[in-house]
Design a protein around this ligand. Structure first.
Ligand code: FAD
Length: 569
């Protein structure tokens, strides 16, 4: 028994999650446990045979690794890990295998409605058994006809009355694409009761409840995904989460900020897993008389931009996690930030894994080098827990409202903050990030004047540009914090401040140019007018020094700069 979770008596400080040493030990233990149990050859075999390593998942979520304790508050026998702790562990798990990470996280997702909505007695009953017995959960929301639009759900919960009192419900319907669907012990099921959508907790063996065979999936083939069939399944009234009907969608909404940060961490982990294979490969692969790592046309297309995008996503994830831990995320208050984190990280992870195949040439196209598997695995992260398009919509709608409510000041104020940062730290890309925000403010204003967000495509493209501009602002802030030695202890410290500053400059230039080019493109394309080329000029001017900065990032990644990068835990 490894029991990393119980080795430190002082592992948990009130509200702060794990202490630094315990988190570090946990990251190492998760890595060693999974690598020992499933070395690369076995990973490939399980992927090929489409098999979920159930014993490994149960070992991780039970008495061997006890990872479930991280998710459970101390009062129910867990360790009360903070959002930062959970993000770091999720990244580590996804670095090893997104399918296994999905299986582990499914219990956490499945118990989310309980965290936010259950009565004290229910929490004590259900959360304690996860902590003590490693009970596996599945989260049953999606249906064949209700995916992005959960309100369209058709599964029903019909009250069973005895002497005029509701003693239970009979649930009928079908759930689709449920992670752990075929292997879970318990299921949280969203069903439409007379009072509205509501969560119920079901046992695997309930009469009338069957699970389909696993889906034959494109990726995460180590994760069990199955449809669920509910045919008049009886659930006692005490197993309606919270005891009140109609709270289901609200309860699901309340935790999106948090859960989307976790899936963002999956994108980060998988993207880095692919790049951490491509980088050493390119250092030893000789073509044209020299290693590929010395070919600028290779590194600056296939490696550097992807490292930059992943680290920009991290720069967004960490402050969101910190804000959630500070109590700001109550009742879904940080759902948009979670959406930006997920959008940036999962899109970056996908692109990184795709580039890693290209970086390996023909070898990347075969199974042996694993980047092909990572590419298939990470693909799911832009689909589940809200697709990228739904993220774009969430981001755009919220920030559009802020633009309107502040009479156009929202991104101008952000830009002013970045200009102040630029004055203190002219080397972190804050100036270019400010250009991105200023251009964005103009684009939003042009959309308002022309009433252009009536075009859904314009609205969603705004979501993309907003994520880029906000990502650039956060990255500049992270680089400055690293230079000032002010990054939180539990943040990722793989790159030093100088390396992060170079990456941030590359990202901010890209964001500025994208907003300044694509913004007018959609405005004018939708029939609006855009005030001149002011921001385009500024964004073009900001490109000065781009190639030199990409050279710097490449030097860091290939150890040519002498310092800047640490080995990964
Ligand atoms: C491997 C896997 C594991 C999963 N695990 C779980 C789980 O454990 N529990 C669970 O409940 N669900 C799970 N899901 C379901 C997942 O969350 C949904 O697949 C996802 O939310 C998308 O829903 P959908 O598949 O019905 O696609 P749809 O909603 O039909 O979307 C199809 C496409 O249309 C786009 N689209 C949808 N609505 C709009 C709109 N209004 N405007 C513009 N574009 C739109 C989407 O972005 C997408 O590109 C899983 C799915 C997979 C594949």
């Amino acid at each position: 028994m490894i029991s990393v979770m119980t080795t430190s008596e002082n592992a948990v400080e009130a509200g702060a999650g794990l202490d630094y040493d315990t988190l570090t030990m946990m990251l190492e233990t998760v890595r060693d446990y999974v690598r020992d149990a499933i070395p690369d050859e076995r990973l490939l075999q399980l992927d090929h045979e489409d098999e979920c390593p159930v014993d490994l998942v149960r070992g991780m979520c039970g008495d061997q690794l006890g990872i479930q304790l991280l998710f459970i508050p101390e009062e129910y026998g867990g360790m009360g890990g903070s959002t930062i702790d959970v993000y770091r562990i999720c990244e580590q798990m996804a670095y090893l295998d997104v399918g296994i990470a999905t299986s582990v996280l499914a219990t956490f997702l499945g118990s989310d409605p309980i965290f936010v909505g259950a009565t004290p007695e229910q929490k004590s009953r259900w959360l304690t058994e996860i902590a003590e017995r490693g009970v596996l959960y599945a989260y049953g929301a999606t249906e064949p006809d209700a995916g992005s639009d959960l309100a369209a759900l058709k599964t029903t919960a019909t009250p069973v009355l005895s002497d005029g009192t509701v003693t239970g419900y009979r649930i009928s319907g079908r759930k689709q694409w449920i992670s752990n669907g075929g292997i879970a012990d318990k299921y949280t099921i969203l069903a439409s009761a007379p009072g509205g959508p509501s969560w119920f907790v079901l046992d695997r063996g309930a009469e009338g409840f069957t699970q389909n065979r696993p889906e034959d999936k494109h990726g995460i083939r180590l994760s069990n995904t199955a449809a669920l069939f509910l045919d008049d399944v009886f659930v006692p009234a005490g197993d309606l989460v919270g005891g009140v009907e109609g709270q289901g969608l609200l309860q699901a909404q309340k935790v999106f900020g948090y859960t989307r940060v976790m899936v963002a961490a999956f994108g980060l982990g998988a993207g880095w897993s692919a790049l951490d294979r491509a980088i050493p490969y390119s250092a030893t692969r000789i073509q044209g008389g020299a290693p590929l790592s010395e070919k600028q046309g290779y590194t600056h297309k296939l490696i550097v931009p992807h490292v930059v995008r992943l680290e920009a996503a991290r720069a967004f994830i960490e402050p969101v996690a910190t804000r959630i831990d500070a109590g700001e995320g109550v009742d879904g208050a940080l759902n948009t930030e979670g959406a930006i984190a997920k959008y940036l990280a999962t899109e970056a992870g996908n692109q990184a894994a795709d580039a890693a195949i290209q970086a390996h040439g023909g070898y990347g196209y075969t199974r042996e080098y694993l980047v092909e598997k990572i590419r298939r695995d990470v693909r799911i992260t832009t689909i589940y827990e809200g697709t990228s398009e739904i993220m774009e919509m969430t981001i755009a709608r919220d920030r559009w409202q802020r633009h309107l409510k502040t009479a156009g000041r929202y991104y101008l104020d952000s830009a002013a903050g970045l200009r102040a940062l630029d004055a203190r730290h002219p080397d972190v890309g804050a100036g270019a990030a400010a250009v991105a925000c200023e251009a964005l403010a103009s684009v939003l204003e042009a959309c308002r004047a022309g009433r252009l967000t009536r075009n859904q495509h314009v609205l969603l493209r705004l979501g993309e540009l907003i994520a880029a501009a906000e990502g650039a602002g956060c990255f500049a802030g992270r680089a400055a914090a690293a230079l000032d030695d002010e990054l939180p202890e539990k943040a990722d410290h793989r790159f030093d401040g100088t390396a992060l500053a170079a990456m941030s400059r590359v990202f901010a230039r890209d964001a500025a140019l994208r907003v300044a080019c694509d913004g007018p493109r959609w405005v004018i394309g939708a029939g609006g007018t855009f005030p001149g080329g002011l921001w385009l000029d500024a964004a073009c001017a900001a490109q000065e020094g781009l190639i030199a900065d990409m050279d710097r990032v490449a030097d860091v990644l290939y150890g040519r700069a002498g310092a800047g990068i640490l080995p990964r835990i």
